[in-house]
Design a protein around this ligand. Structure first.
Ligand SMILES: Nc1ncnc2c1ncn2[C@@H]1O[C@H](COP(=O)(O)OP(=O)(O)OP(=O)(O)O)[C@@H](O)[C@H]1O
Ligand SMILES: [Mg+2]
Length: 359
């Protein structure tokens, strides 16, 4: 018999004054998985985390931890711990005192407490820092202490609400790597909240993308990037060109789409979706998949260069095609730089790189 997922939420809904903050959310998290909730401010990430932690009751739906229904259990009976955004560590306690705090209130004996604190300090690379006061620590060190304080209680699931949000970019990036290493080492499942797509892509085994309280897609980073299931997910993860068109026919595994500025293009159906002639669709392509050539190529259209932005190892080129209403963005590696003085290039969208999204 296969064991149940570590966390399963089903049809979870929470309303505040009749407005849903989380609506019909459902997914599972496996043992040892690093799982992120990603979405813009106000989309319901913290609310979903508080529901899982047991700090607020849902209006509808069920929460299972290790196969047990914990929906009505208080936080301390869920084997879940939380690290909040504003790393709440006690200024009047030293580092060891902060880490031991939860163990003391659980009645863990002094010798065992000391052993677990030493182990936790080692885990967060702060061995020897036990007697330091919080004001003697950097932001990153304080955040690691907050993490150790949550981990020392050995939860089955750790909830982290934008734990790196208060750190500057450089520290944030090194903490991302460190946090991921610690998570692998302890093997505890993490439910990590962030509104930073790069952070989510870099750290997670899987990501749930949320918008307006709904979970739009749950997938691993590569799938979210290569095969977003909707325009909302595609525009939230990375940059994407979108064009609006109409299906005019079908040809085996491809449909033929008529785009105002590009003409007719065969596009793979990706999946079993049935796109009948007349259906309005959005065609999407990543900037790095757009190809540019100084001479016409089969299926290419002429693009007038509107801007070139140098990005170090790459350049971003914006081009106007056809009526010029919707610019095409392309990314070129630096070695393929554009001839000085060029004002037009031929733009192609390779069919294999085009995504077809329903409007
Ligand atoms: N206690 C509350 N009472 C009323 N409305 C609330 C309450 N908590 C959250 N909301 C509303 O629910 C929605 C979701 O809020 P939530 O805090 O979950 O968003 P979030 O995704 O965590 O955003 P952020 O990235 O800014 O932290 C928002 O519209 C918010 O105003
Ligand atoms: Mg929040």
């Amino acid at each position: 018999m296969s064991s149940p997922p570590l966390l399963e939420i089903r049809n979870l809904t929470k309303r505040f004054k009749d407005r849903p903050a989380v609506e019909n959310a459902g997914f599972t998290i496996a043992r040892g998985e690093f799982f992120s909730l990603l979405g813009p401010s106000g989309c319901g990430k913290t609310t979903l985390l508080r529901l899982v932690g047991g700090f607020i009751p849902p209006d509808d739906g069920t929460i299972f931890i290790d196969g047990e229904d914990v929906t009505t259990r208080p936080p301390e009976k869920r084997l879940v711990n939380t690290v909040f955004q504003s790393y709440a560590i006690f200024p009047h306690l030293d580092v060891a005192g902060n880490i031991a705090y939860g163990l003391r209130s659980e009645g863990v004996a002094a010798a065992e407490r000391e052993r677990r604190v030493t182990e936790a300090l080692h885990l967060i690379s702060l061995s020897g820092y036990g007697r330091r006061r919080p004001h003697e620590l950097s932001g990153g060190e304080r955040q690691r202490v907050a993490l150790a304080r949550a981990l020392v209680k050995r939860p089955k699931l750790l909830l982290l609400d934008e734990p790196l949000g208060a750190l500057d970019k450089h520290l944030r990036e090194s903490m991302q790597i460190e946090l991921r290493q610690i998570q692998r080492e302890v093997g505890i499942s993490f439910l990590f909240v962030t509104h930073d797509q790069e952070e989510a892509l870099a750290m997670s085994d899987r990501i749930a993308v949320m918008q307006h309280g709904r979970v739009l897609q749950v997938a691993d980073p590569k799938t979210l990037y290569d095969a977003p299931n909707s325009r909302a997910v595609a525009s939230f993860i990375g940059t994407m060109n979108f064009f609006h068109g109409r299906v005019i026919g079908s040809d085996g595994a491809a449909v033929v789409v008529d785009l105002p500025d590009f003409g007719r293009l065969p596009v793979p159906k990706n999946g079993g979706d049935n796109f009948a002639p007349g259906t309005m669709v959005t065609v999407a392509i990543r900037p790095e998949k757009v190809t540019l050539s100084p001479v016409p190529a089969p299926g290419s259209v002429e693009g007038r260069i509107a801007s070139i932005t140098y990005l170090g190892d790459r350049s971003q080129i914006k081009l106007a095609v056809g009526t010029g209403k919707i610019p095409v963005t392309a990314i070129l590696p630096q070695e393929q730089s554009i001839q000085p003085g060029a004002d037009a290039l031929y733009v192609s969208m390779p069919a294999v790189s085009i995504l077809l999204l329903r409007d």
